[in-house]
Write a protein that binds this ligand. Sequence first.
Ligand code: NAD
Length: 305
Amino acid sequence: MKILVATEKPFAKEATDGIRQIVENSGNELSLLEKYTDVNDFYKAVADAHALIVRSDKVTAEVIKAAQKLQIVVRAGAGYDNIDTAACTARNIVAMNTPGQNSNAVAELAIGLMIYMYRNTFTPGTGHELKGKKLGIHACGNIGRLVASIAKGFGMEVYGYDPFISADYLKANGIIPLSSAQELYSTCHFVSLHIPATEETKKSIGYELLSKMPKNGCLINTAREAVINEPELVKAMEERPDLKYGSDMMPSNAVEMKEKFGNRFFATPKKMGAETAEANINAGLAAANQIVKFFQTGDTTFKVN
Ligand code: NAD
């Protein structure tokens, strides 16, 4: 079987080497398309592939149409909003993610952003400490729970809201469960966002929630920009000169945000959360192993469609 790795933003070399080893040792063939700038190159490369590994690359209906032999696509990462899962399902193509494999990298970045924002993005002036502050984890999945455990080490009080996880489970993970997003935002100095981007969550974080935050409220977003209602974020930050926003995604209105809010706003130039060698290796190797297992035994453990 031909397994294509199509990465506009390539994996670290150790990850690509590891993927090659897994693919070739299992008697399959690896094809690499890295740093492509023209989507037509992607269409061409995928034409004879039986399996596809991507990172943030968009697997659109057009890609699926071009991939007439495709049986499985794996997003090396947690969020799979870059994959048209309906188009995959329509063609009986299995879509998977690799949950948990890059969570630690993202959790560490979230904590780093918290410090950076509370120290005025390292510009002169008096900042604040994390110790004793209340942290709200908005969605307590793999990344949220790791952020919670690191934050405990800083002496933060950790709260969480996740309607799909039981209160007992959150408590067992050192998180004080709250029963609504409203309660989370009105309680916590920091809110760290970890909700997936879905039809329900897109643009769901806006004025109503942000304007409820206590003094020196700071929103940290390592989830997806799509979940933010950008005009409402601007409105809340205009009204409340104490609010801050630190993001791992460049908002579409980044220039306006920088102009209006200076060092109360920061966004990484490119999504950096999973950009560690460790996370690349974990997610890349997991993707390769999942594909090999699928071809060998039909295993679909991490299927999302
Ligand atoms: P996960 O699947 O382990 O956890 C997601 C959690 O969200 C689940 O516990 C689920 O119950 C909860 N949830 C879903 N809808 C919700 C809602 N409406 N309100 C509250 N909670 C809700 O995923 P994860 O590994 O923790 O990743 C979370 C998100 O982080 C991903 O979906 C992805 O978008 C993003 N992510 C970003 C990077 C990056 O590079 N910045 C890397 C990995 C993941």
